[in-house]
Design a protein around this ligand. Structure first.
Ligand code: ADP
Ligand code: MG
Length: 286
């Protein structure tokens, strides 16, 4: 089965059990611009960004620090408003989508509650979600057994009752990932979630993330400044450049799914990496 078929099958399974509302995760970004003004200094964080994100797609925003990746992610998530252009999420505004709990957010630091166990940290938010989502009738979060399954899938099966301080940084970030997927949100926004991890842990996390994503059928918008990370994870890579923040090019990644560490030796992988590095270099010197 191709990725798209798998995602479609996953979604079909979910929509059988759940109301269909909010499962259409298509994001449309047209002519988006954003200017920040602080202490007399004006920063054009984004200029004229056009991008369509398909339902179930894994897309990465790649570029150097300051090119507007986080700003674009926050605009999609309804946390920052755009000055120009239009953003729609399944036909609605980002604010409406946010209120309807369409987004799961994975920040750079795991942000677990230190006094709750691993299992409680995952369930804490899903419990909040369940009460508000059932009131809105829009979303069903995963049940206990499914959450246990996810924790086991990321190698934390025997850490249910551990406290965050008893876990390594990588383990904490795995809990954070499971928590995001457990919410059942159709769109996950991830802002450099692996940036603080060591290289080996970081590599393992990529494949765990891909596994969780393929089970969920969710749409993922993933921010990174690592070229190799963007290629191994994504269906498409959006290359961005700073001053003003803008989209330089969008690259389709032609590696098959599921991805595996062996693919990092594939000539196709290296062609993508080399082409993207060239784009980044050219946009930097331009
Ligand atoms: P990236 O995530 O790619 O590093 P950001 O989206 O965080 O980039 O920032 C893009 C530009 O906008 C940067 O120059 C940053 O300093 C500026 N910026 C971001 N948020 C704000 C803000 N709230 N106020 C003022 N400037 C901001
Ligand atoms: Mg950022």
């Amino acid at each position: 089965m191709t990725t798209n078929e798998t995602n479609r099958a996953n979604r079909a399974n979910r929509t059988n059990e759940q109301p269909d509302v909010g499962r259409r995760a298509h994001v449309r970004i047209e002519g988006v611009g954003k200017v920040f003004q602080r202490r007399g200094q004006i920063t054009e964080a984004l200029r004229d960004v056009d991008l369509d994100i398909a339902e179930g797609e894994f897309i990465s925003l790649l570029g150097p620090s300051g090119c507007g990746k986080s700003t674009l992610l926050r605009i999609i998530g309804g946390l920052v408003s755009n000055d120009t252009g239009v953003v729609t999420v399944a036909g609605a505004t980002p604010e409406t989508a946010r209120e309807a709990k369409q987004f799961g957010l994975v920040p750079q630091a795991p942000a677990l509650l230190p006094w709750h166990t691993v299992a409680k940290n995952v369930r804490f938010l899903t419990d909040l979600h369940t009460s508000s989502a059932s009131a809105a009738g829009s979303q069903t979060v995963l049940g206990s057994a499914e959450i246990d399954g996810l924790l086991a899938a990321v190698g934390l099966g025997s850490f249910h009752d551990a406290l965050p301080h008893e876990l390594s940084g990588g383990m904490q970030q795995r809990v954070s990932l499971v928590r995001a997927f457990a919410l059942g949100a159709p769109i996950l926004l991830m802002d450099e979630p692996f940036a603080a991890l060591d290289e080996i842990t970081r590599s393992d996390m990529r494949y765990l993330l891909l596994d969780l994503w393929q089970r969920s059928g969710a749409t993922v918008v993933f921010v990174t400044h690592s070229v190799t990370e963007a290629v191994i994870l994504s269906d498409r890579v959006v290359v961005m450049a700073p001053r003003p923040g803008r989209v330089v090019t969008v690259e389709d990644v032609s590696l098959a799914r599921p991805r595996s560490p062996e693919m990092e030796d594939d000539p196709v992988f290296h062609e993508h990496v080399s082409r993207l590095r060239t784009h980044l270099r050219e946009s930097h010197s331009a």
